[in-house]
Design a protein around this ligand. Structure first.
Ligand code: NAD
Length: 476
């Protein structure tokens, strides 16, 4: 008996390996479902989410003091949008796509059929516990896959509601939540799923990819990293400040696409700081640490990590410009602006993942680009500028999963755009059609109706056949 057999699916009756086998056999039936049947499941999920909206908000308040408005905006609404987008487009996504056939394959017809990969495993992080579990689930259901869901263990109240929704909406042999921490993830990763969708840190992404490699299971890795924000000498500072403050401090900075640090033209720095302080106090009051709109830091380990990050940056010569105030009891760190941060400090090496904004300056755009290129490829890059030439320069000379021009973090809200990273910040894309495709296999189908087919090219290779090949090579 393997270790997985001792573990349970929540309060479920089946062991992990039994449930996995049930998903395997059910996946064959689900693969045959049509768009109408999948839409019914998505609508059921939509209705259930709306029914439990208050409970989701309450769970998140109890888990990390996240305000209900923020829960609606960043957890529930994005999932509803994903569901509605999938319902609207599913028939198109599922349709066979006829493609051209080269003349050398005369008589044949070619089609791309999109078929479900089969069984899927979705592992999600704690920072947007609802959104990052349910958005990939929507893609899996739309694609016709079964899904085992392994949410983060550190949001117990949210987890309880999520489990209630899943249990109410789905047969456990089709979609099931498994509760537990690293040990449970490790056991799940030993199983031969057809696709794994992981959202989390680059460090654990490597663990997931190594486990998937054992079965050659395909992976989508939605990871993180340091997303830079460039503000040039032409930027509209009022717009920049309000959008950066929103994207950086929402969820207390625990957002994968939060602006990690600001790279600002030296001529704009003082005005930016002054406006940013005003904006923070407008958003959260004169004592931001007391605001009910500022979420807490997930746990003591991360609270200590962020506190130490500030301390070691200051020890290395950094200067806290604003706040730095923390409330240990509730694990609150007030929005913090910091300058002169040494590049070799943890703050400039690690993803910050908290409400701390380092402000670095540049004189020439090349310096900003050099700094960005010295780091891993980011999940997002933000450019605040009124100069088309500068924007083009920054885009042409860098790379990232996504880009916001005069906006931050909002690109995740458009299901028409692929969402994801590059290399260290992620592999594969999610959302809308891109998410659907991650859970699908594109099957190449060629149908030759003509009797002769390619028979005329079979041996013996006569001089006539050789001439025909030469002709094709020359002209087609
Ligand atoms: P994490 O990588 O520590 O954990 C993510 C999930 O993996 C959890 O469910 C956890 O239980 C599981 N896990 C942890 N260690 C494991 C191991 N050794 N083996 C197998 N599974 C393991 O990430 P986190 O701390 O929960 O989330 C923060 C990270 O996630 C940040 O780096 C952030 O940028 C990233 N993130 C990315 C996105 C995105 O869409 N790209 C979204 C949110 C968060």
């Amino acid at each position: 008996m393997i270790e997985t057999d001792k573990k349970k699916f929540g309060e479920g009756e089946s062991s992990i390996s039994e449930r996995f086998n049930e998903h395997k056999s059910k996946s064959r039936k689900i693969a045959l479902s049509n768009s109408a049947e999948r839409k019914v499941k998505l609508r059921r999920l939509e209705q259930s989410i709306l029914k439990y909206r208050d409970e989701i908000c309450e769970g998140m308040w109890r888990d990390f003091r996240k305000s209900s408005t923020e829960v609606d905006l960043t957890e529930i609404y994005p999932v509803l949008l994903e569901i509605r987008f999938a319902i609207k487009n599913l028939p198109d996504w599922m349709r066979d796509e006829p493609v051209a056939t080269p003349i050398s394959l005369f008589g044949a017809k070619s089609n791309i059929r999109v078929e479900p990969k089969g069984t899927s495993l979705i592992i999600s992080p704690w920072n947007y516990p609802f959104h990052l579990l349910f958005a990939p689930l929507v893609s899996a259901i739309a694609a016709g896959c079964t899904a085992v869901l392994k949410p983060s263990e550190s949001r117990p109240h949210t987890l309880k509601v999520m489990k209630q929704i899943i249990d109410e909406c789905f047969d456990a042999n089709e979609v099931a939540i498994v509760e537990g921490g690293v040990d449970v993830s490790t056991e799940l990763l030993k199983l031969k799923f057809d696709h794994i969708f992981f959202t989390g840190s680059p460090e654990i992404g490597k663990v997931v990819m190594a486990a998937a490699a054992k079965h050659l299971t395909s992976v989508t890795l939605e990871l993180g990293g340091k997303s830079p924000t460039i503000i040039d000498e032409t930027a509209d500072l009022n717009a920049a400040v309000s959008r950066i403050a929103w994207a950086k401090f929402i969820n207390a900075g625990q957002t994968c696409i939060a602006p990690d640090y600001v790279l600002i033209h030296a001529s704009q720095k003082d005005a930016f700081i002054e406006k940013m302080i005003t904006r923070i106090e407008k958003n959260y009051g004169a004592q931001p640490a007391d605001s009910n709109d500022l979420a807490s830091i997930i746990n003591q380990r991360h609270f200590d990590r962020l506190s130490n990050m500030i301390k070691s940056a200051v020890d290395g010569g950094a200067n806290v410009i604003y706040s730095g105030v923390s409330n240990t009891t509730d694990r609150i760190i007030s929005p913090t602006l910091i300058e002169h941060v040494p590049l070799e400090s943890e703050m400039m090496k690690q993803e910050i993942f908290g409400p701390i904004l380092p402000i670095l300056t540049f004189e020439h755009k090349e310096e900003a680009v050099d700094l960005i290129l010295s780091k891993e490829k980011p999940l997002a890059l933000y450019v605040y500028s009124k100069s088309k030439k500068n924007i083009a320069y920054f885009l042409d000379h860098t790379t990232s999963g996504g880009v916001g021009i005069n906006i931050s973090a909002a690109h995740i809200g458009n299901s028409n755009l692929p969402f994801g990273g590059v290399n260290n910040s992620g592999i594969g894309k999610s959302r809308g059609h891109y998410g659907f495709m991650e859970f699908s296999n594109q099957r190449a189908i060629m149908d030759q109706k003509m009797k002769s087919g390619l028979g005329f090219l079979s041996p013996p290779y006569t001089s006539g056949k050789q001439k025909l090949i030469s002709f094709l090579m020359k002209y087609f």
